[in-house]
Design a protein around this ligand. Sequence first.
Ligand code: RBF
Length: 178
Amino acid sequence: MAKNTLKGKAHTSIELEKPEEIKIGIVQAQWNHQITDHMAGECKKALLEASILEENIFHELVPGSFELPLGAQYIENYREPDAVICLGCVIKGETDHDVFINQGITSAIMGLNLRYGKPFVFGVLTVNTEAQALARTDGTKENKGREAAEAALEMIALDRKLKSQTKSTIGFKPYQKL
Ligand code: RBF
């Protein structure tokens, strides 16, 4: 059950049946890899703790965050995962590059969610400084990679729950995956 917290996401315990059947993609940007390595490490750890099998985790690297949506789509096309987690870190510089990259990847990742009807998790830090990025990934208080893994599992659980509650109907399909 969800527990209320003042800031951030309420804690939810996720119970997944047959975790050995779940396949998850992780696509990681290599830009700012000191940060994204941490995120990917914690993300993978969280998946393994949830009993996802190591061989069912497809971890791939792309050059930068701009490449995350296409990398995620490749994993979708060639591995047919239940969810893909996109991990990146865009740090503000002297110019507005961060704004353009962030806008592009946010809407592209949202588009993948709706196109494929499955979770493509937005695990991209959009920060002003490296210190802000480290504070969100060092693991002492929070790690956005771990949170991204939890979001993927939560959405898979929601999909399974609603599917199990949906009666098959004649002549009408309320929802159909591509
Ligand atoms: N990629 C990131 O993941 N994080 C960044 O902070 C970042 N900064 C960039 C700044 C500039 C000026 C440019 C041109 C690219 C940057 N990239 C960054 C790389 C980008 O996501 C992509 O890999 C490249 O633009 C190649 O398409």
